[in-house]
Design a protein around this ligand. Structure first.
Ligand code: GLP
Length: 254
């Protein structure tokens, strides 16, 4: 596990975007394609903006990049401004030369839920797995919508969104009652199958959960703690989100 700490989210997103672009370019050189899985939420928005800037400067070409995403509200219309599909087009996909056939965003309203969830897992395996996974972390330690109680063997499925998460998400909707009760999410096993995982978190609000995820027991109470089982994991943090971490931790303060 590597922990990289930056002055603030702007600096962290800018520097991380360079690392990410370099990594993608070296994967493309090796195998001529690259599959990334993207998170939504407030944490990666500046990073996506930086990626658009890199694209405009011709530092990255999305032609051979395949995209998956982590989660989607169940039953939501993809055109709704609250859908994660809308978010990803708005912040990134509309501004780069991604090919539509390479975009595999989760459907909120699949015709047959069980077959659909299996087909997502099959598709990820068929294309050779996810090269780079970008994650955020919920205030209760969720990754994607793997809420507390989700175990490490979970795969893509429909889940219940916790009351705590719905309350936080109500800022994006008109009110908490408008926040969907359920979502479709990649599972923890699916996330851990990625070759490289980056988790982005900023601000003092995330300091308690970052401490739990990094220092406390690895278990279902904090799904993000399972990430520590991964061989190639990096936390991209600002100094505020690391404020509760034990000083003895080897953090790479940039
Ligand atoms: C959301 C999403 C996650 C996201 C997380 C953190 O509810 N389900 O995919 O990573 O919570 O969101 P934020 O970055 O806004 O704190």
């Amino acid at each position: 596990m590597k922990i990289s700490v930056y002055k603030n989210k702007e600096e962290g997103s800018r520097i991380f975007s360079k690392t990410f672009v370099n990594e993608i370019n070296s994967i493309l050189l090796k195998k001529n394609n690259c599959t990334i899985c993207l998170a939504t939420g407030s944490s990666p928005t500046i990073f996506y903006n930086e990626l658009v800037i890199h694209y405009k400067k011709k530092n990255i070409d999305f032609k051979k990049i395949k995209i998956f995403n982590l989660d989607e509200f169940y039953n939501i219309n993809p055109k709704s401004i609250n859908s994660y599909s809308y978010y990803l087009y708005h912040h990134l996909l509309n501004h780069v030369n991604i090919k539509q056939k390479n975009v595999n965003l989760l459907l909120g309203k699949p015709a047959n839920l069980k077959d659909y969830c299996k087909s997502v897992e099959d598709e990820i395996k068929k294309i050779g797995g996810i090269d780079i996974m970008i994650l955020g972390i919920g205030m209760n330690g969720h990754i994607g919508f793997n809420e507390p109680g989700s175990n490490q063997n979970t795969v893509t499925r429909k889940v219940r969104i916790s009351d705590n998460s719905r309350e936080i998400l109500s800022n994006d909707f008109n009110s908490q009652k408008d926040v969907p009760n359920e979502a479709i999410t990649l599972g923890i096993k699916t996330i851990l199958s990625a070759k490289k995982i980056y988790l982005l978190a900023w601000g003092t609000g995330k300091s308690d959960i970052i401490k739990k995820a990094i220092e406390e027991d690895v278990n279902e109470k904090c799904p993000a703690s399972f990430l520590r089982k991964h061989q190639n994991l990096e936390f991209i943090l600002d100094k505020y989100s690391t404020s509760k971490l034990n000083d003895s931790l080897q953090v790479n303060r940039n």
